[in-house]
Design a binder for this molecule. Structure first.
Ligand SMILES: [Zn+2]
Length: 83
């Protein structure tokens, strides 16, 4: 009975994921887009920005905020200078 419950859960998850993918892949006519829809898109791409790990404090931060020192990356100039 427990196995059946897990199977049902797995099917639900697959359905949920498919629904999500479908809504993303639907073609959007730019003329029909709301003026703020572009902002929504910009925000969603920011959410999936590459995360980097600071060489000093091991904290993950967006790649756009990275401070480079040679081959190494740091979360801030303070940590880059301390290393
Ligand atoms: Zn750091």
């Amino acid at each position: 009975m427990r196995a059946l419950m897990w199977l049902l859960l797995a099917v639900l998850v697959i359905f949920a994921l498919r629904k999500k993918n479908q809504s993303r892949s639907t073609p959007v006519n730019p003329a029909q887009m709301r003026p703020d829809a572009a902002d929504d898109m910009a925000n969603s791409t920011a959410d999936i920005e590459t995360m980097l790990c600071c060489e000093r404090c091991q904290v993950y931060f967006p790649a756009s905020e990275a401070v480079m020192r040679g081959e190494k990356v740091y979360c801030c100039t303070a940590h880059a200078d301390q290393a």
